[in-house]
Design a binder for this molecule. Structure first.
Ligand SMILES: [Zn+2]
Length: 142
């Protein structure tokens, strides 16, 4: 059973491209008593989708960056629900710390057997971190 542990929010910074204020927040995902994933989410004013990066693998004592992989997703709300798209890491406004693991490009992410769990975790984050849920609501077209 996966459970969410919302974490801290970074100080906002301007987008490299358009200067829009970018907000980044963090959190963790536990599978029972075990740390399973770390996530970062970002919203930039003036951009429609939000970005969610998920670092999935083994955490804790005796583990290192080689025990996890990072996938970057763009997320937005459509009439049918949350739409998630795996993208290359350059498409996201923040840089993931090396300690989170190796970042996969879109093509590698889509053929990785962990991708289903990444999408599952991203949906959990989108539904259960109230901050991310609020950001997603802003991406809906009216
Ligand atoms: Zn921008």
């Amino acid at each position: 059973m996966l459970s969410l542990q919302p974490g801290p929010e970074d100080a906002p910074f301007p987008c490299d491209d358009c200067g829009g204020a970018t907000y980044v927040l963090r959190g963790g995902v536990r599978d029972g008593a075990r740390d399973r994933a770390v996530y970062l989410a970002a919203r930039t004013e003036g951009h429609r989708p939000i970005a969610i990066a998920v670092s999935l693998g083994r955490f804790g004592e005796g583990t290192g960056p080689g025990d996890r992989l990072v996938v970057t997703l763009l997320a937005r709300l459509e009439e049918e629900g949350i739409e998630l798209m795996a993208v290359d890491p350059e498409r996201c406004p923040f840089e993931c710390a090396e300690v989170l693991g190796r970042q996969l490009g879109r093509a590698d992410a889509l053929t990785w057997d962990g991708i289903d769990e990444v999408f599952q975790i991203a949906e959990l984050v989108a539904n259960q971190d109230p901050r991310v849920k609020g950001w997603l609501a802003l991406t809906a077209m009216h």
